[in-house]
Design a protein around this ligand. Structure first.
Ligand code: GAL
Length: 361
């Protein structure tokens, strides 16, 4: 019953965030770094422990393999773990197929197999306390990635002094950067219908995920902080998915037509879908509509350079996957970790898209 109430409460919270009346009062805006190339990576932490690492077993749980961004993340994570000295045969990566019960089962199997460390991208961040309890009981160090557990859960790791940490970026920063990319264009350039406001549609990722909640909230807040009036025409959930993004934007353009001046997408996959819908509707990004995403997928950086997407925000999967692997090593060597390991987003516009592309290799 308690579990049911907790699920109900988190569902209600998620549902209340959908819709145009987003509350922008909670939380402080994150730092607003200017466009720049990503910082150089720290050298690998454990060159001297290569021999030991080759026998260590790593279990990795990814919430869903079909997610574009998490595909980049897991590929980089595996390659970097191998470069640190882990054996490919000892790294097992499981696809949670966007189902928490499936993932919980996979975690149980990793525990039974006796893995030495776990790296987990939870399907539901709200299941983190259950996951942590299972893993800590089995005395296995745990590195959460990408989907941040809530503050109460992170406080527990600290107060219990458990070998549990989170590696990720502050999603408020990415939302703020999206809003700034649009605000920097100036109202005159944006206000095609001349009503004195920025008329936008919002395409959200999975609302259980704090990245979706904060990007939605802080992109709009950045417009307001820049002194712009905003008008939300439509706010829909596209679950990080390109096809859903395309359908939702096609519907909104059908309904609101030329009144849509800006399309905010919580990630680039949905922005690519939005671009398709914009083109199909005979609209032109940069001329009669603007479009922003988050992640800096290669295809989107190329679109930003070409002017077919207004901008994106680099979600540094290289820095995050390396930090996650380094944190795993630090647990294995006994060095330990802080309970939160952060990373900065980078604003991506035409000015720096090429340097971001170059850094992606
Ligand atoms: C976000 C990313 C999205 C999606 C999501 C999954 O950080 O921007 O594209 O991968 O994580 O939780």
């Amino acid at each position: 019953m308690k579990k049911f109430l907790a699920i109900l409460a988190s569902t209600l919270m998620a549902v209340s965030l959908i819709g145009c009346g987003t509350d922008t009062s909670a939380g402080e805006p994150a730092a607003t770094a200017e466009p720049e190339a990503p910082a150089a990576q720290e050298p690998a932490a454990a060159a001297s422990t290569d021999n030991d690492l080759s026998s260590k077993k790593v279990g990795v749980c990814i919430y869903q393999f079909s997610d574009n961004f998490m595909t980049l993340f897991r590929t980089e994570l595996e390659n970097y773990l191998i470069s640190l000295g882990f054996s490919k045969d000892n790294i097992t990566i499981a696809d949670g197929a966007n189902d928490q019960a499936t993932q919980t089962n996979q975690i149980q199997n990793f525990i039974t197999d006796g893995v030495d460390v776990l790296i987990i991208n939870p399907v539901n961040s709200s299941s983190a306390s259950t996951i942590t309890d299972m893993v800590v009981d089995a005395k296995i160090p745990l590195v959460y990635i990408n989907r941040e557990p809530d503050a109460d859960e992170e406080a527990r790791w600290q107060s219990e002094n458990w070998d549990v940490t989170y590696v990720g970026c502050d999603a408020r920063q990415s939302g703020t950067m999206q809003g700034q990319i649009i605000a920097d264009l100036g109202l005159d350039a944006i206000d095609f219908n001349g009503n004195g406001a920025v008329d936008y549609i919002m395409i959200e990722g999975d609302p259980e995920n704090v990245d979706a909640q904060y990007r939605t909230e802080f992109s709009v807040k950045a417009l307001e902080d820049a002194g712009l009036k905003v008008n939300c025409l439509s706010d829909q959930v596209g679950n990080w998915d390109q096809t859903q993004g395309q359908q939702l934007v096609a519907n909104a353009l059908g309904q609101y037509a030329n009144d849509v001046e800006v399309v905010f997408c919580n990630n680039d996959a949905m922005a690519l879908g939005a671009l398709q819908a914009i083109n199909d509707a005979g609209r032109t990004v940069g001329k009669d509509i603007y479009l922003v995403g988050v992640d800096a997928l290669t295809e989107v950086c190329e679109d930003v350079l070409a002017g077919t997407i207004t901008g994106t925000v680099f979600n540094d999967h290289i820095a995050q996957s390396h930090s996650a692997a380094d944190a795993a090593v630090n647990y294995l060597t006994g060095a330990g970790n802080d309970h939160y390991i952060g990373c900065d987003y980078v604003k991506v516009t035409k000015d720096n898209a090429q340097s971001i592309l170059d850094s992606l290799g």
